[in-house]
Write a protein that binds this ligand. Structure first.
Ligand code: AMP
Length: 147
């Protein structure tokens, strides 16, 4: 997939938004959805996606939607950091297959980083669904808690 092309409404994130595919949801509002990455690069690796956009990448997204997405990323990252207490946090976003993109619905990665693990992909393959569910419940509670 190059940087250019049509948005495919059958991509996995579009299916998740429609409710046609499952996800380990941690936060949702009218505009965005945040859920745990199935192949986490670290404990707490989270994805944030706009729900109404049909943009495949950063070059296509409407400015207003990008602003909404950025604000949501900050909100979710604050909760993830507050709950999991990583030593750092990476935000990542890839465009086009040669740029590392594999799912062609724009998304932001929030990757907590832990000092004893360094950088790099510590993915152990697909995460244990039971562990992801426990983590999703834990993080979701933070959003549900009264301010
Ligand atoms: P990217 O390489 O930026 O396109 O990242 C896509 C990310 O989506 C990867 O980190 C995948 O592990 C992740 N991913 C793919 N399918 C799913 C899914 N069904 N649920 C959660 N994460 C997924």
């Amino acid at each position: 997939m190059s940087l250019y092309g049509d948005y495919d409404p059958q991509n996995i994130f579009a299916q998740i938004i429609r409710g046609d595919a499952p996800c380990f949801r941690i936060y949702e509002d009218d505009d965005v959805l945040a859920f745990l990455d199935l192949f986490p690069q670290s404990f707490g690796h989270t994805l944030v996606i706009p729900k109404r956009a049909t943009a495949r990448n950063l070059l296509e997204i409407e400015p207003d939607t990008l602003c909404t997405l950025a604000l949501a990323v900050q909100k979710v990252a604050r909760v993830v950091v507050d709950e999991l207490k990583p030593d750092g946090v990476q935000l990542m976003q890839f465009n086009g297959a040669p740029g590392g993109q594999t799912v062609f619905h724009i998304h932001m990665h929030i990757v907590p980083r832990y000092a004893d693990q360094g950088l790099g992909n510590h993915a152990q393959g697909k995460a244990d669904p039971a562990e992801l569910e426990r983590l999703a419940v834990r993080l979701r509670q933070r959003f549900d808690a009264p301010a």
